[in-house]
Ligand binder design. Sequence first.
Ligand code: SF4
Length: 218
Amino acid sequence: MDTDPIPLSALQHWVYCPRQCALIHQEQVFADNVHTARGQAVHHLVDQPGYELKAGVKVERALPLWSERLGLIGKADLVEIHPDGTPYPVEFKHGRKRSAVHDDVQLAAQALCLEEMFNRPVPRGAIYHASSHRRREVAITEELRRLAVESAEAIRAMLASGRLPPPVNDRRCDQCSLNAICDPAGTAAIDRHVAALHSLFQPDDSEESARTSKRTKP
Ligand code: SF4
């Protein structure tokens, strides 16, 4: 890869909302809200590198990860190295146990990095939901792998273009710490007005075809 590596967290942001990803990784904007504050508190539990042995399983904390093939870089909260040598990534998230594809894609990208680093298949990992103290095991399926690879390619293209994607302007915005900066409703309204103005200056297809047929009549 001859471009800067993509942070693993960017994949999660991209799948949640491409505009959020652009604001954070392109515009370098960040803002805290209650969700980011809780997330930071949870990651504090695993942000010091180190390892321990538990019943034959080596547990690595804050393990640096990378993939030269995919141009990815980041850190795993926790990686268990099982007795047969298989890595098993565990990503910590605040909140109660819930399924979320944006969390799963980040875990899949970690698995792809670990496969390249350890030269072993990584078929599964888990999200640890701190509020409910429960793990949700995630199979690293072909679909998730493809989503991770395609998201990394889309992020690279977005960064190269320098363009800010349009706001999703839906329920995701309620939870988003960048809501005040992004102004999703206001931006979406402006986009609609611009599109309406643009359409006023576009030739009407029916008029254009009528003119063409008149010109072509004998
Ligand atoms: S407020 Fe909504 S559109 Fe804006 S970055 Fe957040 S999720 Fe995306």
